[in-house]
Ligand binder design. Structure first.
Ligand SMILES: [Zn+2]
Ligand SMILES: [Zn+2]
Length: 887
């Protein structure tokens, strides 16, 4: 084994070998029980970010864990065509060449997107591989591939014939930049500081005004009425009268409608049916024709004064306000914070717009999906998401599924020019089935991107065919995703699964947190605070990235990262590497171990490590089965770093370094190899690469069929908990010894005793039983605390000059007489106390300075606080030592 572990060479090598040996491939004809996950398909526009890294790591841990536990485990990878997002990217590219999609033409434009997709898709796929994800790439899917397109058509046609898809003119969210409809979920509502304009509308009769308030003055050009609440006595006499709409000089009626809130503004509201969803409903109730005054790009048009035509909506807003002011018709303008929809793809302010779109009726689909969550047939982790999900399902609205873009599944609807017949079909028709005319044209629009991804859990398995994959692996088991897409994707997948396959698409939904920087801001390219996972993989290795991420990610909680977060994982893999190298270097020949010794033949330390190992196995399996991988990371870290490396191997060195008794050495090697092999298996799902690399070295050094049950660790059997090997008494005794040794070591270091100086300790045990135990293991205490001797006894004399500590009622003394020169030590302590005190004062001054505390980045201030409290503790200890020395 090389002295230094170099993940950059090892990781690429193993991924290539796993692929070559088809170890990720799941077999639909296997007799083993199945476990399946479908990846949340990343957008083809995507590049790997920390959110993906976290998401993929959680999935890979589950899949590898199940695979090693004897399951036929399938992880389906793939990508989403991401309609609007992808089209935007390619349009931007064209804009650089001073072209737009309309000049290029639909077919050539789509060809252009496919070309771009081929290259971009390879990027994200390559990055997921870099992370070590054990996806079955032979089953990779794309939301616009042939099979998935077939599924989309099937579903559209079926829903249409079931009366669950309809077309109509409604108010939808419109992005004037992307020039397409958006679903309600795609219009992200944000608090915006705007203005509330109070305008006076004169009565047509010429006397007096009504005052109405609006946040969007430009829409007044399309007003068709002013509405008041029928119960509002202020306006009883006004209802039915006419107003003269300023600027346009069109007469509009005053109507009464229950919808109007008497408390809002003056209690009178303008009604613009073509540009507001509530006004649209009101317009319908009062049989008013909507007047459209804006085009798809957000420019003014229609039956409005010439001077406004062609103006951008915001320029028009300014002009309208100025003109109203000039007419003396502005009552007042107030500052006003309100919620405004923004396009989730380009952040443009969404315009409510009246247009012809396709919709899915959601209520009938939501019923079963709601019940499934209420009955816990589908479960959410953390459970708080169940309520969010149920609330949404209870209030679900119809889903606008048509998009006015080109990249996506074109709507499978054809209109006959000759007879007006509408054909909805899975296979493109050549002629109108009604009048046989060839003059049919397909709907121009494409389907919302989520209309293909909501089928992902079964379309990727070959649905609508009852394929082998469907039979073996559907329904899937676990879905791992981000809460942001709970409505967009998770809930719709549940509805689709139930409606089209009659089964829930998965049983468990894990919703992990958002990745943030140390100060809590969401990581994003535009903020410049993103940490690139590939950069971390290059410097630390994918194992380190995976372990560090999981280590700090509590179930469902947000993750706070800085670059040094990843040192934990790197140091951990180095620690494991070094310990393994030490052990394997000590093995010569190729010993064949049959089995570990009988529990009855195990020494104190051996019985202790076997007990710790089995408890670790139980804990890891329980954590992973309940989706708490961070607990699993903590358990393994403590067991491997502390129990195995720091204690067990150190104890075993005495056996390994002696040559007189070959059997003793062999037993030590047997047990160390056995524990190491189990460690590698336990850790493999979290750190696949370093464990596979060490496994290969282990295989080449020893012959151990009980332990080494597979050439590749990723197909080896996961360790199984053996309760017979758990020994609570030994664990308790060993724990006490460890604590006593640690206390003695602390006294040594606090008193600056050089490591080569042997000391003497005195222990007054808490009980006779503990006295017997400590006497039995005095060698361990002496060797680990570097002592020449230890006096243990209930009646032992307390030494005069000594450092002391109390461990679970046992008094522990380290004799300092003769080890330190009192005067020299006093001087040293005084000097050190002076130095630390000065640093404390410095930190105190800085933390009292508002210039520093308020202006420095939070993480810097936090570090300073940490430093200060550490210094205070040091100071206290040093002062205590000085007092002890002087007594
Ligand atoms: Zn947009
Ligand atoms: Zn026809």
């Amino acid at each position: 084994m090389k002295k230094l572990y170099d993940p950059s060479i090892v990781e690429d090598k193993w991924y290539a070998r796993w692929m070559e040996q088809k170890l990720f491939n799941a077999d639909e004809t296997s007799a083993k029980p199945k476990y399946s996950i479908v990846i949340p398909p990343p957008n083809v526009t995507g590049i790997l970010h920390m959110g993906h890294a976290l998401n993929c790591t959680i999935q890979d841990i589950l899949v590898r864990f199940k695979r090693m536990n004897g399951f036929e485990a399938l992880w389906v990878p793939g990508a989403d065509h991401a309609g609007i997002a992808t089209q935007n990217v390619v349009e931007k590219k064209l804009a650089k060449e001073k072209k737009n999609r309309h000049e290029v033409g639909r077919e050539a434009f789509i060809e252009e997107v496919w070309k771009w997709k081929a290259q971009s898709h390879a990027t994200i796929t390559g990055q997921i591989k870099k992370l070590g994800c054990s996806c079955d790439w032979s089953k990779e899917r794309f939301t616009m591939d042939e099979g998935l397109s077939r599924a989309v058509r099937k579903v559209f046609v079926r829903l249409y014939h079931e009366g669950l898809i309809y077309r109509g003119k409604y108010i939808i969210n419109w992005c004037p930049r992307c020039q397409t409809a958006l679903s309600d979920e795609e219009a992200e509502h944000k608090e915006v500081k705007g203005k509330l304009y109070h305008f006076k509308y004169p009565f047509a009769s010429g006397d007096g005004f009504m005052v109405v308030a609006t946040t969007r003055p430009e829409t007044m050009l399309g007003d068709t009425a002013v509405a008041v609440n029928p119960a509002d006595e202020r306006y009883t006499s006004a209802v039915g009268k006419m107003l003269l709409l300023p600027l346009v000089n069109r007469e509009i009626p005053i109507i009464a409608d229950d919808f109007v809130d008497r408390q809002f503004g003056t209690g009178a509201v303008k009604v613009t049916p073509a540009h507001d969803p509530n006004d649209f409903q009101m317009g319908k109730r009062h049989a008013m024709e909507p007047i459209e005054v804006m085009d798809g790009a957000g420019r003014m048009r229609g039956p409005i004064p010439e001077k406004y035509i062609g103006l951008d909506r915001f320029a028009c807003r300014k002009a309208v306000v100025e003109d109203m002011e000039a007419l003396g018709l502005v009552d007042k303008i107030e500052e006003h914070t309100h919620s405004v929809g923004h396009c989730y793809r380009c952040n443009t302010v969404v315009e409510p717009s009246y247009s012809n779109q396709w919709f899915v009726k959601m209520k009938p689909l939501a019923e079963g999906a709601l019940k499934a969550a209420q009955n816990d047939e589908v479960r959410f982790f953390p459970t708080r998401w169940k309520k969010t999900y149920c609330d949404w399902m209870e209030n679900i609205r119809d889903w606008c599924i048509s998009r006015q873009i080109w990249w996506g599944h074109r709507i499978p609807v054809w209109y006959c020019k000759a007879c007006g017949h509408i054909t909805v079909a899975e296979i493109d028709p050549d002629i109108c089935p009604s009048c046989k005319s060839e003059s049919i044209i397909q709907d121009e629009d494409v389907l919302d991107t989520w209309f293909s991804s909501w089928l992902w859990s079964f379309s990727t398995m070959g649905w609508p065919d009852n394929s082998g994959l469907m039979q073996k692996f559907y329904p899937t088991d676990t879905l791992v995703t981000a809460p942001e897409i709970l409505f967009f994707w998770v809930s719709r997948m549940i509805m689709a699964g139930l409606h089209f396959t009659g089964k829930l698409p998965f049983e468990n939904v894990i919703l992990h947190g958002t990745v943030r920087d140390k100060t809590g801001r969401k990581m994003s390219k535009s903020l410049g605070n993103a940490i690139d996972p590939l950069e971390i993989i290059a410097t630390h290795g994918a194992d380190a990235l995976r372990f560090s991420l999981i280590n700090i990610t509590a179930q469902g909680a947000d993750v706070y990262l800085s670059k040094d977060t990843f040192d934990v994982g790197r140091n951990f893999s180095n620690k494991l590497w070094n310990a393994s190298r030490f052990l394997l270097d000590n093995i010569s020949g190729k010993p064949g171990f049959e089995n570990v010794p009988d529990p009855a033949d195990l020494s104190f330390a051996d019985a202790w490590i076997m007990s710790r190992l089995n408890k670790t196995i139980a804990s890891v399996c329980s954590s992973l089965s309940t989706f708490r991988s961070n607990e699993c990371a903590h358990t393994l870290y403590d067991f491997i770093w502390r129990d195995f490396c720091d204690w067990y191997i150190e104890i075993k060195k005495a056996d390994l370094y002696q040559d007189g008794d070959p059997k003793r050495k062999n037993t030590a090697l047997n047990l160390c190899s056995y524990v190491l092999g189990n460690i590698l298996k336990l850790l493999h799902p979290l750190m696949p690469f370093v464990t596979e690399e060490i496994w290969e070295h282990l295989r080449s050094k020893i012959d151990y069929s009980l332990l080494i049950d597979s050439p590749a660790i990723m197909s080896a059997k996961y360790p199984v908990y053996n309760p017979d090997l758990v020994n609570e008494v030994i664990e308790k005794d060993f724990g006490l010894l460890k604590d006593i040794i640690t206390a003695l070591r602390t006294i040594r270091s606090e008193n600056n005793i050089p490591p080569d100086k042997k000391a003497v300790a005195v222990i007054i045990p808490a009980s006779e039983a503990e006295e017997r135990m400590l006497v039995a293991h005095v060698d361990m205490i002496n060797s680990f605390a570097r002592l020449s001797e230890t006096h243990i006894g209930l009646g032992a004399q307390k030494p005069k000059l000594a450092g002391q500590s109390v461990v679970m009622g046992n008094q522990v003394f380290l004799v300092l007489e003769g080890l330190i020169d009192k005067d020299v030590e006093r001087q040293r302590l005084e000097k050190e106390i002076g130095r630390v005190r000065k640093m404390c004062e410095g930190a105190q001054v800085r933390l009292a300075d508002p210039n520093f505390v308020d202006k420095a980045p939070t993480e810097v201030v936090e570090k300073e606080k940490e430093k200060y409290s550490g210094l205070l503790k040091n100071l206290e200890k040093l002062e205590k030592n000085l007092v002890a020395l002087n007594n």
